[in-house]
Design a protein around this ligand. Structure first.
Ligand code: COA
Length: 328
């Protein structure tokens, strides 16, 4: 039994080429670019081509993360795919990713924690590394959520986009790596954000299609309030477990759902705007990919340097939430 923490040795992300702008949405539903930007902060999002499944985006992100880490697909021990939009109900998205990247020696499974999936998957991977079971774990947050969006429903269709982000985790040798984490969920709010049909309770039928039961339904303002509370409290607890002061945080990567949620969380945490990484204007809410893509871009843009304390915080349908403190 070892007791190594885990660190991120490589990152990668992929988003589809197709950009869907607020102006285009103005032609689809009764909304305006101005309303969307002021109420959410989003200007555009990416949409996968019809027939492109989550594993396609995820594999591209995964290969980029492996390349950055200098790890061959053959040396991957485990693939954890955080997604709620797998290519199909069976087999797992992780197995399709394995097939696409040729990681033939890996175990593979999916993890369903909606938008909080990337943090849940990082924490899960960390346990295997701490226990000394695996050395190279590919953690991927990926969702192609666009087929589940009701493109006539203005309060949801403006929010989401497709994407994938990946991290290769290894045992940490020095100080760097995951310092602490907090995961939480509260199933009493399970009905606030759902895709009601297509599962075992209400499988696809002509009726389920006719009643539009395969698209995302959300109580936006309730989710908003719970997101602010869940993320803030998780970050405060994770910082306390890591014995890191708020003022020592160099970069905060929140789930990219709504600029106003991010502002409210930052306010509660007393974090100045320059320490908060935001890219939702370009991608909207990419669900499980959101924090992964943001972390990747923050590093690419030089916002995170060696030795920095970095905090991730996520929130999603379930309701679930998670926060993680790392030293880079
Ligand atoms: N364009 C114009 N008006 C819109 C609109 C749009 N795209 N979407 C909603 N509205 C309208 C509503 O119909 C409502 O009109 P009414 O007062 O005539 O009924 C009005 O705007 C206010 O609606 P409300 O829901 O109170 O707005 P809001 O400020 O709460 O913003 C969300 C709505 C969905 C943007 C916001 O609640 C939100 O982001 N919630 C969190 C969602 C989320 O992050 N989910 C994923 C979690 S992982």
């Amino acid at each position: 039994m070892t007791n190594h923490s885990a660190y991120i040795a490589g990152l990668g992300f992929y988003v589809p080429d197709r950009v869907l702008t607020n102006r285009e949405l103005e032609k689809m539903v009764e909304t305006s670019d101005e309303w969307i930007r002021t109420r959410t902060g989003i200007s555009e999002r990416r949409i996968a081509e019809k027939g492109v499944g989550t594993s396609e985006l995820a594999s591209r992100a995964a290969l980029a993360a492996l390349k950055q880490a200098g790890v061959s697909p053959n040396d991957v021990d485990l693939i954890i795919a955080a997604t709620t939009t797998p290519d199909m109900p069976l087999p797992s998205c992780a197995c399709f990713i394995q097939q696409k990247i040729g990681a033939k020696n890996a175990a593979a499974f999916d993890l369903a924690a909606a938008c909080a999936g990337f943090v849940y998957a990082l924490v899960t991977a960390e346990q295997f590394i701490r226990a000394g079971v695996y050395k190279n774990i590919l953690v991927i947050g990926a969702d192609v959520i666009s087929p589940y969006i009701d493109w006539t429903e203005r309060s949801t269709c403006i929010l989401f986009g497709d994407g994938a982000g990946a991290a290769l985790l290894k045992p940490a040798s020095g100080k760097s790596g995951i310092l602490s984490s907090v995961l939480g969920s509260d199933g009493q709010y399970a009905d606030l954000l759902t895709i009601p049909c297509g599962g075992s309770r209400r499988p696809a039928t002509h009726g389920s299609v006719a009643e539009n039961g395969h698209t995302l339904k959300m109580s936006g303002s309730e989710v908003f309030k719970l997101a602010v509370r869940g993320m803030s409290e998780a970050v405060i607890e994770a910082l306390s477990r890591a014995k890191v002061k708020k003022s020592d945080v160099a970069c905060f990567i929140p789930h990219q759902a709504n600029q106003r949620i991010i502002d409210a969380v930052a306010d509660r945490l007393e974090l100045p705007a320059e320490k908060i990484f935001v890219n939702l204007q370009k991608y909207g809410n990419t669900s499980a990919a959101s924090c992964a893509i943001a972390l990747c871009e923050a590093v690419e843009q030089g916002k995170i340097k060696k030795g920095d304390k970095v905090v991730l915080a996520t929130f999603g349908s379930g309701l679930v939430w998670g926060a993680l403190v790392m030293e880079w």
